[in-house]
Design a protein around this ligand. Structure first.
Ligand code: BMA
Length: 852
């Protein structure tokens, strides 16, 4: 098969006869307009509001290309469009090829008869998604709920039309994302040709995998120009497996069972190597035609276990027979303009997940089915993927054309992604079952109230057709063995009120938003624990440097127009302030406020993550909302749009460690827990100290400590006199705990204060950062003469520290390393941090600044 990419394109507004401008494909209209200097940076200030005209307009893209002689001679020639966003009419040399209506599908057209040797003219007209879908709303006669669709901002009043388009839902705005309803060619366009025979798909179906043997079937889709005898050989790990087959003209599937003894298994990070195995299939026809194709997969068995137990029903992933505690976050697209996400940005994201000890990411249903590289990286780094289909927080139409479109979308994507060992679950949608709450009159988000009983039944029937029938059928047919979960969150499909999840459900997965949306205290994270918590979160601001990318100095206040434009969750900025007044000392200025907002978020998430992990095995998964951002904004993300780790990402790295010592301030004292996510058991000594803020040891204690593989246990409860001798003041002491192995190595550490941050006797820091000689600016010794709370190290180069936002105890200096991603590299490498400065909470507090 020969394949060339059609790479050189121009574009212009349709129907205006303006000059053609250079376009970048893959790309979209917004970024093409920006590159040509026709619009200003969409992310800057309030520019978003002025760019809403773009989606009311049709756009045209054109390319001229030559076809290689051998392609013209081939039996079959196809144009393959991997992604057209969204309503597109395509012509080649004036002849109509196809009309597309789904961003998530792969579109193909036979072009053999139309192709010339040179000067082929490919033309795509993108019809405005707004003009296209408004009539569909008219025709339906009533609106469908679409909570996050920012139609007003788009100038459409209350006409929320996102649900009619098979297009990334977040393009229409979300509670962390701007409204940029793009159009364009968002994935490559290729000219593909072949003669004789070709392998158009190779699927390694994993029928039964264990440590003894992997029984797989190579499912090979073969297209033949003519019938005739052939030999297929599948090579894996140097061994050839053969099948003689009589091919028919056209498309057929050949299946070849293969047994691999003692396979190298694919494990998620923390449990073992993420070993990958390559399979090559080759078909040789007796008439001389031949083709081959290679795929990479990981051999593993995976199962979503939902078994009844004394507490309810379990919900966990079993990988190669081992129960896995899932640790990670929810992923959204890395950019409002998805084709702007370079491979290095993907590398940074997935490496950041692995570096922070995660083993799972949920690709949330309001974005896109991700690019191949996302899954490749997850495969390589042992990050399991919970894959939503792209439906979120809305009800969808269910007419036949819509269903057919969704079916084709599901087939394209499940087929494209099914060799990735990282994908452990397909999930129908985000939050729709619980938002509509069909069987609970007063449940859900109040959507049902707007509809007559007939309308309700019809809307729900449409829902069931997609999420209880069409999507599970596609997964079962195309990726057998991988679990399907209809909606997140959900208890189970009981078809009664018991179906819809609530935060304390003892079955299914839960989303807990009482903290944040319902302004409940952080401490409720310790109470509202489900079997698998697939969402919970707390907002913060990006750091000062990132805020300055969209705001001027004059905009730097919480309720300025620009800061509010970069906060998409109505009450968000006020909520951050409210919680800060509850938990942290008042910051001295706006930069200090930004910093404290990050500590606030990090402390909230630490409380949640560790509470979830301590409840293992009742709870077996914790995925916070949200991993990343699609533009610079105040949001629940742990790393900002520029990939800069917020305090939260560093905190998550500590709280997700496979061996965790967790210090829980209970109200009466401090409990020390040990959580062991490893398969092997642990043994050691727990060394506990009480220190004052000058570093003086006030009390010490040692107890033996052990935990079996996969166990969480309470090691020690400290209270009363034992915790705090009369001579000491609770506002200026901390408890440190270390788990030390028999050979003296440190297995885990934790610390806790006896009071909240508002009560602590903090002081401005005098932190000493000393570069370690010979480290080329990549390693530092950090020390303080008095306790420094939440020490923030800042470098003037981009990169990550091995640790940051930590409490620094006098007499206990720490060494930190600085690493960065080299372009094209697959891991972080030691790098020169440039100038490094350090500050702490004591420097941010208003009362202390006034004194100083
Ligand atoms: C959950 C997510 C998103 C949303 C987030 C914060 O509901 O599924 O829809 O962005 O909460 O509100």
């Amino acid at each position: 098969m020969t394949s060339i990419v059609i790479g050189s394109w121009t574009f212009r507004a349709a129907g205006r006869e303006e000059a053609w401008m250079e376009a970048k494909v893959p790309g979209c209209v917004h970024t093409d307009l920006l590159r040509n200097g026709n619009i200003e940076d969409p992310f800057y200030g309030t520019n978003e509001h002025r760019l809403q005209w773009i989606d009311k307009q049709d756009w045209e893209y054109a390319a001229e290309f030559d076809a290689a002689a051998e392609q013209l001679d081939d039996d079959f020639v196809q144009l393959v469009f991997e992604g057209l966003d969204t309503y597109a009419d395509v012509t080649l040399n004036g002849s109509r090829l196809l009309s597309a209506d789904n961003m998530f599908r792969i579109w193909k057209a036979e072009v053999k008869g139309l192709l010339k040797e040179s000067g082929n003219k490919l033309h795509i007209r993108f019809r405005s998604p707004v003009n296209e879908d408004l009539p569909k709303l008219e025709r339906l006669g009533y609106a469908l709920p679409a909570t996050n669709d920012q139609s007003e901002l788009g100038g459409l009043g209350d006409k929320r039309i996102s649900v009619f388009a098979r297009k990334a839902p977040y393009h229409y705005g979300w509670d962390w994302g701007p409204r940029f309803v793009t159009s364009g060619i968002w994935r490559p366009v290729r000219l593909e040709s072949w003669s004789g025979v070709r392998i158009s798909d190779l699927f390694i179906r994993q029928d039964a995998v264990s440590a003894e043997a992997a029984e797989v079937t190579a499912v090979v889709t073969v297209e033949a120009a003519a019938s005739g005898p052939s030999t297929m050989v599948v090579t894996v790990e140097g061994r050839e497996h053969r099948l003689e087959a009589e091919l028919e003209t056209g498309v057929q599937t050949l299946e070849l069972p293969i047994r691999i003894e003692q396979p190298r298994l694919w494990w998620s990070r923390g449990l073992g190597e993420a070993s990958l195995t390559e399979f090559q299939a080759r078909v040789d026809k007796q008439d001389g035609a031949a083709d081959s194709r290679t795929v990479r997969t990981g051999l593993r068995s995976v199962r979503l276990v939902r078994d009844r137990d004394e507490a309810g029903t379990s919900f966990y992933f079993e990988l190669n027979g081992v129960a896995v505690f899932a640790k990670g976050a929810n992923h959204i697209p890395n950019d409002s303009f998805v084709s702007e996400v370079t491979e290095d940005r993907y590398r940074h994201e997935i490496l950041s997940a692995a570096e922070a000890n995660m083993n799972m990411l949920r690709i949330w249903g309001g974005g896109i089915y991700e690019q191949d590289i996302f899954y490749d990286l997850c495969d390589e780094h042992g990050i399991m993927v919970w894959q939503d289909f792209m439906f979120a927080c809305s009800m969808y139409p269910g007419d036949e054309a819509f269903l057919d479109n969704v079916r084709a979308e599901a087939e394209d994507n499940v087929r494209r992604l099914r060799n990735h060992p990282s994908i452990v679950l397909w999930c129908g949608n985000n939050e729709i079952d619980s938002a509509w709450a069909h069987y609970d009159e007063n449940g859900g988000w109040g959507w049902k109230k707007d509809y007559t009983p007939e309308q309700r039944e019809s809307i729900w029937a449409d829902y069931e057709a997609i999420f209880h029938k069409l999507l599970p059928d596609a997964v079962e047919r195309l990726s057998p063995g991988i679990g399907y979960w209809p909606s997140s969150p959900l208890i189970s499909l009981t078809e009664d009120a018991g179906q819809h999840a609530y935060p304390e459900s003892a079955a299914g997965d839960v989303h807990y938003w009482g903290v944040w949306h319902a302004v409940e205290p952080f401490e409720n994270y310790k109470l509202k624990i489900g079997r698998f918590i697939s969402e919970y979160g707390f907002q913060s601001f990006p750091e000062y440097r990132s805020v300055r990318s969209f705001a001027e100095e004059a905009d730097m206040e919480l309720l300025s127009t620009v800061m509010l434009a970069h906060q998409k969750n109505g009450a968000g900025n006020r909520l951050i302030k409210e919680y800060m007044d509850m938990y942290l000392p008042e910051p001295k200025d706006f930069p200090a406020f930004l910093y404290e907002s990050q500590i606030l978020q990090a402390e909230a998430m630490k409380m949640a993550i560790e509470a979830h992990r301590r409840r293992r095995p009742y709870c077996m998964g914790t995925l916070y909302w949200q991993m990343n951002d699609c533009w610079p904004v105040a949001s629940w993300a742990g790393m900002d749009y520029f990939g800069r780790w917020k305090a939260m990402h560093y905190y998550a790295k500590r709280s997700f460690r496979d061996v965790l010592l967790s210090a829980d301030r209970t109200g009466t004292g401090i409990d020390l827990h040990l959580v062991n996510d490893l398969q092997a058991s642990l043994q050691g000594t727990l060394k506990v100290s009480l220190l004052d803020f000058s570093g003086l040891t006030l009390a010490e204690r040692e107890v033996p400590a052990a935990a079996a593989g996969g166990q969480s246990r309470l090691l020690l409860s400290l209270a009363g006199e034992e915790l705090l001798p009369e001579s000491a003041a609770s506002d200026s002491v901390l408890v440190t705990a270390e788990l030390v192995a028999e050979d003296g190595s440190l297995l885990a550490a934790a610390s806790a204060f006896l009071e909240g941050d508002r009560q602590l006797a903090l002081a401005p820091a005098s932190i000493h950062v000393e570069e370690i000689e010979g480290s080329g600016g990549s390693r530092f010794r950090v020390s303080a003469s008095r306790l420094a709370r939440a020490v923030w190290l800042q470098s003037d180069r981009e990169g990550i520290f091995s640790d940051n936002f930590f409490d620094l105890v006098p007499g206990r200096p720490v060494t930190v390393a600085f690493k960065a991603l080299k372009p094209g590299a697959v891991r972080y490498e030691a790098a020169d941090a440039g100038r490094v400065t350090a500050s702490s909470m004591g420097d941010a507090v208003k009362a202390l600044a006034a004194k100083g």
